[in-house]
Structure formats: C-alpha cells, structure tokens
Design a binder for this molecule. Sequence first.
Ligand SMILES: [Zn+2]
Length: 160
Amino acid sequence: MRANLVKMAFLAVSCLAFTACKSEVEGVSIAPELEPYVASFIQEAAVYGRDVQLENIKIDFASFDNSSYLGVCKDYGDHKEVFISIEYLNKYATQLASRTIVKDVEKVVFHELGHCAEGREHKNSYINGRPESVMNAYALSTQDYEDFHSEYQEELHTAK
Ligand SMILES: [Zn+2]
C-alpha cells in the first residue's frame, strides 16, 4: 500500500480537491509555451474519435518542492489546474536543438491532460518491458515514448 502511494506521488497524481486554495478559472487559460502541446493533445484525441473540450481549466508552469514531480492535475470540481514543472522544462531548455525535447515535454503534458481532460487514472502495467501507457505513474522514457508513439496515443485516447 505504501509503495503504491509512493508510486502515485511520483508524477504528482493529484486529482485532489484543495478547497482551501480555490481559485476561479473562467474559461481556458494556457501558458503560451504549452499551447502547442495542448493543441497536439486535442488533435491526437480527435484521431481516435475523442472530442476533447477544455473548459474552466488553467494550464501553466509551476515550481514543485519535490523535484521528482514533473506535473500535476488538480480537480477542484468547478475548475481544473494542470501544472508542469518549470525545473523540468528548464532542464531540457538547454538542449533545444535536440529533437527529443518536444517529446520530453509532450509526454508529461499528455499525462496530465490524460487526468484532467480525459479523466484517466494511473495505469502501471507493462508490455514487453515498457510501460503500457502514458498514464504510468512513473514517467516513461522518451525513447519508448518516441518508438511507440502511435501505440501510446491510441492507448491514451481509447482506454477507459
Ligand atoms: Zn499522474
């Protein structure tokens, strides 16, 4: 049980309701740097027939106390907030020439939108030694994410 909790914490699972720090988000607010990732998420979902409608959601960067947190999705009931670790982004910002940076960030944004936009929970199963889903509580390797990109998209947008 404890091991499970630790796993769940790794990617900042969330979906926790912090009513005390409730803030109002009317409509959709997305950090400009994250807009392309959100747009790809909606496009990929559409490929699999899923019509993702974002409403009352804020998507931005944040600094986390725990450096193993890459992102978080918080569901407050009346609105949702997705935060991506600014430290994580900065870690890759020095390698902007690398073709993988897009996937490094994308896999985290897609994981959090899996929670916040598609209601997905964690799925920690493995297939042929690699995480079966982007929704694995542990961040999957970018190599796996690139090599099996279409498989991961299909699983993300078609699984219950
Ligand atoms: Zn998660």
